[in-house]
Design a protein around this ligand. Structure first.
Ligand SMILES: [Zn+2]
Length: 257
């Protein structure tokens, strides 16, 4: 893990990159910020979370860090030990956690942990969609006030530019840099179930309603049909080994302060 603070003093904000080592957009965004003449008015901490996996170009070494919080220092698994250290870095700060993804439909924000403060914070990303993953549990922002963002497709260089734009917007909306911003009133997509399956091609579209009986995935002559209407989120053909993605319902917008 690599930790770096811009500015002096005790940071109230933490920007996290590379919880998944091969999702580098947040790290690029941080380096662009550092190389620019934009200086936060209060100290901001940056954490390159899974430095080992990042250097190897892996998503993770032993376990998914995003599922390992709050971790255990005595574990034999790299990410479980790392989760305990990361947890200490995040506690007491407000967090934005940058990811990229195999699934289409980016960018959007993700909240976990069912807390109102994190939902309000999602407005500072300026994004129009928030996926509420509280139903599943886990995620590095589950136990803190924080929001994750999925910036773009893995291999798309644009993900780093999107991450940089979201980072600047977030810092401005939180009063850390002086720059125009407009907090969004994002639509909430609440995950209520996952869609298990191995080797399926996802044939619907993320965030577009799938009707009852509609085919949303195919594999060698078999199909998956929607048992009831739902909105696909983080669904893809190659994103996960054992699931197509997640089923969500729309749950209104986040507005007000
Ligand atoms: Zn990720």
């Amino acid at each position: 893990m690599h930790v770096e603070t811009l500015g002096n003093g005790h940071p109230e904000y933490t920007v996290v990159a590379c919880v998944h080592g091969d999702e580098t957009c947040g790290w690029h965004a941080f380096n662009r910020l550092k190389a620019s003449d934009v200086t936060p008015q209060a100290p901001v901490k940056f954490v390159l979370a899974n430095e080992r996996a990042f250097k190897l170009g892996y998503r993770f070494c032993d376990a998914d860090l995003n599922r390992a919080m709050p971790g255990d220092e005595t574990s034999e698994k790299h990410e479980v030990r790392l989760a305990a250290r990361l947890h200490r870095e995040l506690v007491g700060t407000t967090v934005i956690d940058f990811h990229s993804t195999e699934s289409r439909g980016c960018p959007y924000a993700i909240v976990t942990g069912e807390d109102a403060a994190s939902r309000r914070l999602a407005r500072s990303t300026g994004l129009d969609r928030v996926v509420d993953m509280s139903h599943l549990g886990g995620g590095v922002t589950e136990h803190v006030t924080g929001v994750a963002v999925e910036c773009g497709y893995h291999d798309d260089e644009d993900a780093a530019s999107v991450a940089h734009r979201i980072l600047l917007h977030f810092l401005a909306a939180q009063g850390l840099i002086d720059r125009p911003y407009a907090r969004s009133t994002p639509e909430v997509y609440e995950v209520f179930d996952d869609a298990p399956g191995r080797g399926f091609a996802f044939v619907a579209q993320n965030f577009r309603r799938v009707e009852e009986g509609e085919v949303f995935a195919r594999k060698e002559g078999t199909v998956r049909r929607a048992p009831a209407p739902f909105f696909p989120v983080l669904m893809s053909t190659h994103g996960y080994d054992d699931r197509i993605g997640f089923m969500a319902r729309r749950a209104g917008r986040i507005d007000g302060e």
